[in-house]
Design a protein. Structure first.
Length: 174
């Protein structure tokens, strides 16, 4: 397997030979796809005051109204401070309301407002249209394979966030 020189600012990693050439473009492609999806969502939700980064939070609320901020952070694989920040923006815009749990006042439960429910169908249509746009030239079989592979990648990434070991065995055919 051929490796690229590491091009990072961390002095302890400078010049390391661990970045597989095949992996770097792959990670870049995931990043580009993610950023383009955010822009697509922003365009699709124009005039709502929502940014693309708000959509996962609303989706979590549609699935589970009354979810705690901590549980939302876990489900979205983001830190609690990010959830607090984004929910503050959404609350200010009138999309969510937060209230203390009846059983533990330290826990804030989050609920979608009527305003959030009004954009639900539009948001789901946005997700559907983006997925259809990306895969329009794929056969059903290719879409299924891609879905399975991406699910495996996402599961592996979430394992790391949950405290998994980030070491891996290198084989000659990877």
């Amino acid at each position: 397997m051929r490796y690229n020189r590491c091009i990072c600012n961390n002095s302890s990693l400078k010049g390391c030979d661990f970045m597989p050439r095949k992996l770097h473009p792959f990670m870049r492609q995931i990043s580009i796809t993610y950023r383009c999806a955010m822009r697509f969502r922003e365009n699709a939700l124009a005039n709502t005051g929502l940014a693309g980064c708000h959509t996962p939070y609303l989706t979590a609320l549609y699935r589970q109204p009354g979810i705690s901020q901590e549980e939302m952070a876990r489900q979205l694989s983001v830190n609690k401070s990010s959830v607090t920040r984004q929910l503050s923006v959404l609350e200010e815009k009138g999309y969510v309301r937060r209230e203390p749990s009846a059983t533990d006042k330290r826990i804030l439960l989050v609920f979608p407002t009527d305003k959030a429910l009004e954009v639900k169908e539009r948001l789901y249509r946005c997700y559907h249209d983006w997925n259809r746009y990306l895969t329009q030239d794929f056969s059903d079989e290719e879409q299924e394979v891609l879905s399975r592979l991406m699910a495996r990648i996402a599961d592996r990434a979430e394992d790391y966030v949950k405290g998994g070991d980030c070491t891996c065995e290198r084989s000659d055919n990877t």
